[in-house]
Design a binder for this molecule. Structure first.
Ligand SMILES: [Zn+2]
Length: 437
């Protein structure tokens, strides 16, 4: 018997998991998620309940065809499916390529993606546009399988666009554990930002009453310690470690699906990554999303730990919006967008006074609530070291001056209030940015 790693994911998919806070059962849109040491020989029975009587297009690229696509194709054929194998030569998560994929799969009723990243996003979006169903056999760990959105470029701009999650997600650990280590590190880093995102999201809720959900964090808490403790083992194709990593990827995706917002895993650290995407890609297009998020999470964690360990609260001033400097920095079009984003969360005199009053009366309790969901920055640093991941902007290939710019200005690209705003509005951010590299 091949070992099974579904754990709480199985309970969720079966509709049996109960929210610890409310006692209510929680349901998810995905019909089947399977995480096993190997799925060799059971592909047909996994796919059958979700796609019976459908003519299937099995979509791989040249790489994923060799590692898994060929096997899936022949297994589904043996199981009696009418299939068409598509080895996509020029995969791109861009709308033009999605159109090409829609054309290539025009004779099929359902799609089976074999791969991660581009393959999964493109198949997810193509099947959404064509009102077809899809399932996926990932070839590396990633968060995007369970999410209802696809990451697709339109005229060169990457957008997270509404689609539908997969019907079935089938993780074969014997394949995933063989993926390039960069992809494993990248997925790992995109999960450990749980702590920085939660601190930011909860802080926004405490200060402004914005919506906040505990559910994602109940789910992620099952495995987070195990993930950190197995960081090193992830360099060694250890099934136990990959079982945890993949389960947490699935849980983060499901959490985003259930809460219908990216907030649980995307706050200040993701704004910084987004800033790098927007303004550095010409110089260095090859960094992975998770590599960026790993570096920026370490920076955010240091900032959060520093502010929340102070005995006295920071004192906020109304948010300064230097419009002409922003236009000079970003150009007119992006500059105007950033000005709008910043204005949405900018503090005026009255709000700054209200928050200062609140913080001076409640600082210990406020900081304590956030510290309860925060990890020490060293814990993140050491786990990232154990998996051999990139930890500084410098190692990511970013000049020091640019990384300091990321720390200083990335809060301008999105209207979510984070610790970057707290630091900026209290006059601390410049000195903090000076230390970053
Ligand atoms: Zn991410």
């Amino acid at each position: 018997m091949t070992k099974e790693y579904g754990g709480v994911v199985n309970e969720l998919v079966a509709g049996e998991w109960k929210h610890p806070g409310t006692g209510q059962r929680v349901s998810v849109d995905i019909r089947s998620i399977v995480i096993k040491e190997t799925l060799d020989g059971m592909e047909g029975e996994l796919v059958y309940p979700l796609h019976k009587n459908e003519k299937l297009a099995v979509v791989s690229d040249r790489y994923t065809y060799e590692v898994l696509g060929r096997r899936i194709g022949s297994a589904l054929r043996s199981a009696g499916f009418a299939i068409e194998e598509i080895i996509w030569k020029t995969p791109h998560a861009a709308i033009e390529s999605v159109e090409e994929l829609r054309h290539l799969t025009r004779h099929s009723d359902g799609l089976i993606a074999v791969g991660s990243g581009t393959i999964n996003d493109s198949v997810k979006y193509a099947s959404f546009l064509d009102k077809k169903t899809y399932s996926v056999f990932p070839t590396s760990p990633q968060l995007a399988y369970g999410t209802p959105t696809a990451s697709i470029s339109f005229a060169g701009f990457k957008k997270s666009i509404a689609a539908r999650p997969a019907q079935g997600v089938f993780f074969d650990l014997s394949v995933i554990s063989q993926c390039p280590i960069r992809l494993t590190r990248s997925a790992f880093a995109d999960l450990i930002c749980r702590t920085t995102a939660q601190v930011d999201w909860l802080m926004s809720h405490l200060l402004f009453g914005t919506q906040y959900r505990k559910l994602p964090y109940f789910l992620l808490a099952y495995d987070e310690d195990g993930l950190f403790d197995h960081a090193q083992a992830l360099q060694e194709e250890d099934f136990e470690a990959f079982g945890i990593l993949v389960r947490m990827c699935a849980l983060m995706g499901l959490a985003i699906c259930i809460t219908n917002t990216s907030h649980p895993g995307s706050m200040g650290e993701h704004m910084m990554s987004h800033y790098i995407d927007m303004f550095f890609n010409d110089l260095n297009p090859n960094t992975l999303h998770g590599e960026q998020v790993g570096v920026t999470s370490l920076t955010m964690s240091r900032l959060q730990n520093r502010i929340l360990s102070q005995d006295i609260p920071p004192v906020l001033e109304p948010t300064e919006i230097r419009e002409s400097a922003m236009i000079a920095r970003y150009g007119n079009e992006i500059g105007q967008q950033c000005i709008t984003e910043l204005k949405n969360k900018a503090l005026d005199r009255m709000q700054a006074d209200r928050i200062n009053r609140y913080l001076s009366e409640n600082w210990q309790r406020f900081a304590e609530q956030l510290r309860a969901v925060m990890l020490p920055a060293e814990r993140l640093w050491e786990a990232m070291q154990a998996i051999g991941a990139i930890r500084t902007g410098c190692d990511l290939g970013l000049p020091k001056a640019f990384y300091q710019e990321v720390v200083l200005y990335s809060r301008e690209v999105r209207d979510r209030f984070t610790m970057l705003d707290m630091a900026a509005d209290s006059g601390m951010l410049e000195a903090f940015a000076e230390e970053c590299r």
